[in-house]
Design a protein. Structure first.
Length: 700
């Protein structure tokens, strides 16, 4: 490649990469895959390496540049970066507005002008930043600092892909404005010097990802996305900043480009290639301001970043300037915030939850408390070091917040409220699931039994499966999420979850928390055979569970609660169990031992406490017309599930078997039957299709 060709190619690549970056990070449109974009970047990087004379600081390969700093330089802001006063209620807002009108000595309304009276914005929980562009190129980025003097964090802000390293060319900016229905001729779109302000922030997903990594490394858990955003931007090594995928909106223009209203600043910023928030809007009355705030208080969970309220600004810049500053905040703007997302509650217990990989996580059980509109009762404490760092003890009063809008976190302990009876947490030396030895792996505590996590997970899947508690919508994927979030330590915990605990699911496109809670509550009532099967006792399949159910009912035990089951089986000796027909010595021993294990007894007590009820077996069920007949099902039925068919057959006295033998009475064959059908044919067993089955059991 000649020098001229290289130069040409480099220019083209820079433009192309920048186009895709802009689409993806500013407009939220993925025009090509991230992999394809990376390979373009790689080509550019290689060319620039070969022809260093064409390397410029605004190249997309130069976002992460420079060596770690010893300290940050100080930057004086051209105009102080001031923060706004807060309002929490409509009364606060009304009195702010009447104070403003009194001060100005006139009504504030823009009727008849192109722009509305108020400009309402989402208040993002991030870090305020200022960007300076010279001749269209980003030359400086700084933090707010004390408002007058901030820190030069240019290196770090350059790593944020939503921040342009160059402004869009004036022709393109003009075209953008036209597309927004705005006449571009009014504005200077080629400023020599440009100062803009905005917010750098972290998305909720990125917040969780980083906290999980921190927990794994035994490092500090951040209380909210703002803490990480601030911590990331104030990193002396830009590589660390780049590893945390920060995002950024710009919301103010401090250079006069011809704007008269605040809203125009947003339009110009957008036209020049900055990312602006599409949800912001102008409104003409306080009533509409309230509606905007209330709407976002309800819908904040649906956007990928954390907001803690709205910002309301007098749209007319001249009026805004004239109103001036009172104390430290401008009179012409106010932060109208949501109700606080923190509350205090008490720690009832700190339990250890065993995760999918056998990692033991301490989880706080709290007195249920409403935070940000939903009830929560659990909060993960991540690891033993985090418990020590917080010094949280059972009985403590704590401050709990819903960081990232979803995951409840204990942010501090109110130690002055201690009575002396609080109990410190100690990581057990034996695994609560299988008694395996607990070993430390860095900050993590792990069960030494390699299969522990997987087995534990399987037992939870089993508990909620179709033939057991049959909790629809609580499949393996969600159980995994619950385990990852430390929300459940055993199956009984499922019944103790609160809606706010599981809101985390909503962001993963799962069944709504509300629907799932409804389903869980409905399934608290269960038949005895299903209940016994759900316990996951070794060798107890669906059929054996039915045999055992009839047996303990025959023993004249009144069974309506998990504790009754425990009492029934603890009264039966090994001999009693072995004497039951169809129960062999191995099964008898398994059942006998299960009901005598301390851990299982506690589990049954916990199930009873959480409100699980067992339906009475109807005596008539034992004398149905198919008593003694054995059915085998194969293939798919169209009008009912296989579990449903089994339930119906059992209700009329039939027994279900999984394999065909000479003892089989009927084989029910649906669509795509397996080898069972062939075997039945060979053995000459009566075969029923779905229609014949329905006829047989008296169904239409
Ligand atoms: Zn274990």
């Amino acid at each position: 490649m000649t020098k001229a060709e290289a130069k040409n190619r480099i220019e083209k690549l820079k433009k192309e990469i920048n186009k895709y970056r802009y689409a993806y990070h500013v407009l939220d449109k993925e025009l090509i895959s991230p992999e394809a974009l990376d390979s373009l970047k790689k080509e550019l990087f290689n060319l620039e390496y070969e022809f260093p004379e064409f390397l410029t600081p605004d190249s997309p390969t130069q976002r992460v540049e420079g060596k770690p700093l010893k300290s940050f330089k100080k930057v004086s802001h051209e105009r102080p970066m001031i923060s706004f006063d807060d309002a929490f209620s409509e009364e606060d807002m009304s009195s702010w507005f009447s104070r403003l009108e009194n001060f100005l000595g006139r009504k504030v309304e823009n009727s008849g002008k192109n722009f509305a009276t108020f400009y309402c914005e989402l208040k993002i929980d991030g870090l305020a930043i200022e960007l300076v562009y010279e001749k269209g190129v980003l030359v400086q980025g700084s933090t707010r600092g004390n408002g007058t003097v901030g820190e030069d964090v240019t290196q770090n802000l350059r790593t944020i892909e939503a921040i342009p390293l160059n402004l869009l060319p004036p022709e393109e900016a003009a075209l953008n404005l036209k597309k927004m229905g705005v006449d571009p001729r009014k504005y200077n779109l080629k400023p020599d010097h440009l100062v803009v302000r905005g917010e750098a922030f972290l998305t909720k997903n990125e917040f969780e990802r980083i906290n999980k990594e921190q927990a794994k490394k035994g490092e500090k858990i951040y209380a909210n996305p703002r803490n990480i955003a601030a911590g990331s931007i104030r990193q002396l090594d830009p590589k660390i900043t780049a590893s945390r995928k920060l995002d950024s909106f710009q919301y103010a223009l401090f250079t006069d480009l011809g704007q008269e209203f605040h809203e125009e600043e947003h339009l110009i910023l957008k036209a020049l290639g900055f990312k602006t928030n599409p949800h912001n809007k102008g409104v003409n009355s306080l009533k509409k301001v309230f509606e905007f705030r209330d709407y976002w208080a309800d819908h904040r969970g649906e956007i990928p970043y954390e907001i803690d309220g709205t910002v309301v600004i007098i749209n007319d810049n001249e009026l805004f300037e004239r109103a001036g500053v009172a104390g430290k905040a401008p009179r012409g703007a106010i932060a109208y915030k949501f109700s606080p997302k923190e509350a205090t509650t008490r720690i009832l217990d700190i339990k250890v939850q065993v995760g999918r990989t056998g990692v033991l996580t301490p989880v706080a059980e709290m007195e249920p408390v409403v935070v940000g509109g939903v009830t929560i009762s659990h909060a993960t404490l991540h690891n033993e070091d985090e418990v020590k760092r917080l010094d949280v003890r059972v009985g403590d009063t704590v401050i709990v917040s819903r960081a990232g809008d979803v995951i409840p976190q204990i942010t501090s302990v109110l130690k002055d409220l201690r009575t002396g009876n609080e109990r410190p947490f100690r990581m057990p030396s034996l695994c609560p699931v299988d008694g395996g030895r607990v070993v430390k792996e860095g900050a993590l505590s792990k069960c030494s039994n390699a299969n522990c996590g997987a087995k534990h997970k399987e037992s939870l899947y089993h508990f909620v499966s179709r033939a057991a508690f049959d909790i629809r919508g609580l499949g393996p994927k969600i159980i995994d999420r619950f385990l990852d979030e430390g929300l459940i330590s055993d199956a009984a915990d499922i019944f103790e979850l609160k809606e706010g605990d599981i809101e985390v699911l909503q962001r993963f496109g799962e069944k709504s928390a509300e629907n799932l809670m409804k389903e869980v509550n409905e399934k608290k009532k269960i038949s005895l055979p299903r209940f016994l099967y759900a316990l996951g006792i070794l060798h107890i399949g669906e059929e054996t569970a039915i045999v055992l159910s009839h047996e303990i009912s025959n023993f004249k035990f009144q069974i309506s609660k998990p504790g009754d089951v425990l009492r029934a089986f603890s009264k039966m000796s090994l001999d009693d169990l072995q004497n039951i027909s169809d129960i062999g010595p191995i099964v008898a021993k398994s059942v006998h031992d299960w009901f005598r294990s301390e851990k299982n007894i506690k589990f049954l007590e916990k199930l009873e406490k959480s409100g699980v009820e067992i339906e009475k077996i109807k005596p008539s069920e034992k004398n149905k017309k198919f008593r003694g007949q054995t059915f085998v099902l194969t293939g798919t039925l169209s009008s009912m599930s296989r579990e449903e068919a089994k339930d119906i057959l059992r209700a009329v006295g039939g027994e279900i078997s999984e394999s065909v033998s000479s003892k089989t009475s009927y084989v029910v064959a649906g669509d795509n039957p397996g080898s069972k059908l062939d075997k039945a044919k060979k053995l000459g067993i009566k075969i029923l299709n779905e229609g014949e089955l329905k006829k047989l059991i008296g169904r239409k």
